[in-house]
Ligand binder design. Structure first.
Ligand SMILES: Cc1ncc(COP(=O)(O)O)c(C=O)c1O
Length: 379
């Protein structure tokens, strides 16, 4: 029996309704949204609109036009950063960002001379926001991950946005690890831009994602091309979402995302979160009983996401992950998890770690089997 514990990379399995929505769209519709005036193309338009509306419901956004579809969180972050930042601007970020945030920032440091500042973090990966106001001086944009894919820490967005907005600084957050599994309300905690990916906690197909943009936020475009309307103009439309969505959409993927969002809203994000907290508690308690094992990040399940990275003294994490797969049929991810910054913070940049990431379909038995397997390997 195979056990999938790599939901931080992408969630698996997907709800059955997601798989059928994708194939149903391919078989029975097949038209491109915004590209025809026949019934099926109009149905495709409606599907895209409804998917935006479900995202508004899930994220607390007011208008469907504020949701821009992209192919993943990486593209969303590139759009937000490259569309917003001007030469010489200053960005405040954390020291546990994924390369999806870090690499575009480094590129703009080289090409646009932007200045990067980092909020100091405690050794367990928690952002130290006590001195935040000092770091905000002269900053143009705060760009922070909502939840780390290595430490599992959740960034206190409420405190960060309150401090940033006091100085009229907009906040971009990377919700790749939190959307769908952690409550988000972009109006209640006023976020200016929120990047999400459709295939992790949102349980949709790969190749889907998006960027929420607060009304009034204007960005330069990342790509230009056909948008299905206003075709006689040499320039992209001025209004979102069309302005940022040049090219034929991943409509089959969005059909799946629509079904996934319906599934999540029915299940309830609070209940999904509670399920993950319960499993994470078991996981942490089990890992705690294994000699010479060290896990990273907060020790309370309530303070973290349902993913835990760990190392066993004297064991190469890559070998541990390989053995879990080959001898126990358990799939986890080892290495640097595309987040060398976070590993530097933990002091694991040279070896990486083993990461276990739970999902909605995991059960207590999966955690029990993992703990037994890790105990054997460690012994
Ligand atoms: C924190 C974080 N940000 C961004 C990403 C990038 O997501 P995607 O590969 O879907 O663009 C990931 C994916 O691992 C992530 O964990």
């Amino acid at each position: 029996m195979a056990i999938y514990l790599d939901n931080g990379a992408t969630s698996y399995p997907k709800p059955e309704s997601v798989c059928s929505a994708v194939t149903d769209y391919m078989r029975n519709n097949g038209a491109s949204p915004g590209r025809g005036n026949y019934e099926r193309a109009r149905d495709a338009d409606t599907l895209v609109y409804r998917t935006r509306k479900l995202l508004c419901k899930l994220l607390g956004a007011k208008r469907p036009g504020q949701i821009i579809f992209t192919s993943n969180a990486t593209e969303s972050l590139n759009l937000a950063l490259k569309g917003y930042l001007k030469p010489e601007d200053s960005v405040l970020t954390t020291s546990y960002e994924h390369n999806a945030m870090w690499r575009p920032l480094k590129k703009m440091e080289d090409e646009r001379n932007i200045k990067i500042r980092q909020i100091p973090c405690a050794p367990d990966g928690r952002a130290d926001i006590a001195s935040l106001h000092e770091y905000l001086r002269g900053v143009t944009l705060v760009a922070v991950s909502h939840g780390s894919n290595v430490t599992g820490c959740v960034t206190p967005l409420d405190e960060i946005t309150a401090a940033a907005h006091k100085q009229n600084i907009p906040v971009l957050t990377d919700a790749a690890q939190t959307a769908g599994v952690y409550p988000i309300d972009v109006t209640g905690v006023p976020i200016d831009m929120l990047a999400f990916t459709g295939h992790k906690g949102l349980m949709g197909p790969t190749g889907t994602g998006g960027l929420y943009i607060r009304e009034g936020m204007e960005l330069g475009t990342l790509k230009e091309g056909g948008t299905g309307g206003m075709s006689s103009s040499p320039y992209p439309p001025s209004e979102p979402p069309d302005r940022y969505e040049a090219g034929t959409m991943n409509i089959c993927g969005l059909a799946g995302l629509h079904a996934a969002l319906t599934f999540i809203i029915d299940a309830g994000v609070d209940d999904i979160r509670e399920h993950e907290i319960n499993l994470t508690k078991l996981l942490l308690e089990g890992l705690d009983t294994i000699p010479r094992l060290k896990y990273y990040g907060p020790s309370s399940a309530e303070d973290r996401l349902g993913l835990v990275s760990f190392n066993i003294e004297g064991h190469d994490p890559n070998k541990v992950a390989l053995t879990l797969d080959s001898d126990y049929g358990i799939m986890v991810r080892s290495g640097l998890h595309c987040a060398p910054q976070a590993h530097r913070l933990l002091g694991t940049e040279h070896i990486g770690a083993v990461r276990v990431s739970l999902g909605y379909f995991n059960q207590k038995e999966d955690v029990d089997l993992l703990i037994d397997a890790v105990r054997h390997i460690a012994a």
